[in-house]
Design a protein. Structure first.
Lengths: 335, 335
């Protein structure tokens, strides 16, 4: 009972995704113009509220059911020495997520968000992409489907995060393969690899790109990605089908999103960028996606942490939009 | 029963303000190093949590009683045509704050903050500072005392906001008088004054500075400020005496804070900058204060709105710091 039988089926799903609601967008703009503040004085908050209203099809929306999903996966390239942490940390951190001890648990709770954790075949890492494709089509489809199924149809805002030792290597390879440039443009220190590790990591990215580049976003997702990255892509696509707005997290989340955008150019219209990560290639990746980050706080943790924090800003934007009095209601003179 | 009888008494209060708690700072740093994340991966959130812990004297603090105070005042210079809105909007917006209809009401509620509104002699605007001092020493002291008294001694985080038609004119004059440069460097469009109004406003600022410059921050506060600006300064000073951390808002709040910093250089050590306003001179003012804004969202509303939104980021920082598991607690391998 899968929602897509092959990559062609997934691409077709992306191609027939719904757009925002024009009537709600108009209603939201009309409401915004009447609120008790000088025109545009809430700056980007006004744009965020308008975007949210349009996607929810409601000119005066509320955020009452946000969802954070953390996907975890293991990577064949971890064995090559590309990370500052050993691969067993992935499963240890999954336990930490489940026990409520990670950063994302605190930030999801603060945002009033439901949090789900999906560990994807942690005992079966993807293949080493310097030797062959990271995943078969069937494996990638299964991961996409996991992400697709993880989205709560009743959610009204989605953040997807990840955990997977070596996954900045995978994300860098995806970005380099789809956007060009040198491997070193996209390869950063991740969780804090040293100079020698960074050199190895850059070489691994370069080898992966040399072997696999040429194909669309879904092709690169399978050949260079990881299960958690594919699951994030699947969840972002499902959110679009359900018109659930998404706040993108850092480098790895944006690499997953890039796979969708390079397959169907409008696939991320329901997404905003939550933050600018300190991970080297993220600024360039956001620029390629045409997304201006809400926050810039030097975070580089993943897990969905930056996006979960940006949820608070969006909640503020929507609270102002939907909760403020109009000039007429408040008896305030207009300028 | 005032806390300071004259400006000299207020200056003495500033001079004997307490500093942060070194033991709590050490304890917070030690805790941070053990949390289940790569070193420094939460970026600025880690600095914010450390700052908050040090000022609260608690290595593992919680934010449970934030306070937002909005001060309102009227300005003699409003009659000169420096604003896009008529002066009666000040009292109308006070009613809107009290009814819960303004942006700050929504943002304070979202942050779980108590919100207080203090309207300061709205029927008695300050004097036109192009003709003489805006306030007498007694008037300025009364406003400082109003701010001082408005702080809840049980609060654990403070935001001060303002409402006062023409108060960006006053703030620009204060900044120009205390920091130098041309009137046009500091004069922006405020709530949205047109080109002709901006020209008048710049001239008013220049005249005020020419007449009154020369003196410390408290002198300029009285001669060029407004009651709500003085009250903000009084509240920021009281928060320091109580070791309550403060998040500064936009241009007007920072002009109030500047009056303290130019009187006692360490007077703002318990403050961080909540956001970068779209109001012209704010970036320059923040630079002079040595404060890096948490948010940059093009907001320019005042009321404490940007700072109240930044409360959410600080709450996230403190929630991570105090709520996350350590490596040992979670059984996660360190890098």
């Amino acid at each position: 009972m899968s929602d897509f039988d092959d990559f062609a089926g997934f691409r077709a799903r992306l191609a027939r995704a719904p757009g925002p609601d024009a009537a709600a967008a108009e209603g939201a703009a009309a409401r915004n113009a009447q609120l008790t503040k000088p025109p545009a004085a809430l700056g980007r908050l006004e744009d965020m509220a308008a975007w949210y209203a349009a996607w929810r099809g409601d000119p005066r929306p509320a955020i009452t059911a946000p969802q954070v999903i953390v996907f975890a996966g293991n990577h064949g390239v971890a064995a090559l020495g590309v990370s500052a942490f050993p691969a067993e940390v992935t499963v240890q951190m999954v336990a930490n997520f489940r026990a409520g001890g990670a950063a994302i648990n605190q930030l999801a709770r603060l945002a009033g968000a439901r949090m789900d954790v999906h560990a994807l075949d942690l005992d079966r890492p993807t293949a080493d992409f310097t030797q062959g494709p990271a995943m078969t089509e069937a494996e990638c489809l299964a991961a996409l489907q996991s992400g697709w199924d993880a989205v709560d149809a009743g959610a009204d805002l989605l953040v997807v995060g990840e955990m997977g030792i070596a996954n900045t290597t995978s994300a860098a390879a995806i970005a380099c393969a789809l956007l060009g440039g040198e491997a070193s443009d996209w390869t950063g220190r991740g969780t804090g690899v040293d100079d020698a590790g960074l050199s190895v990591k850059t070489q691994v990215v370069a080898e992966g790109v040399a072997r696999h580049a040429g194909g669309d976003g879904i092709d690169m997702l399978a050949r260079l990605g990881g299960r958690e990255i594919a699951a994030m892509a699947g969840a972002i696509a499902r959110a679009r089908a359900l018109r659930i707005p998404v706040i993108l997290d850092g480098f790895i989340c944006c690499a997953a999103a890039l796979c969708l955008a390079k397959t169907e150019s409008s696939a991320l219209d329901h997404c905003i960028a939550g933050h600018l990560s300190a991970e080297g290639g993220h600024a360039r990746l956001l620029q390629a996606l045409g997304k201006d980050p809400v926050l810039s706080l030097g975070m580089r943790l993943g897990e969905g942490s930056g996006a979960a924090l940006a949820m608070q800003v969006l909640k503020g934007a929507v609270a102002c939009h939907s909760g403020m009095a109009t000039f007429a209601e408040a008896g305030v003179s207009e300028g």
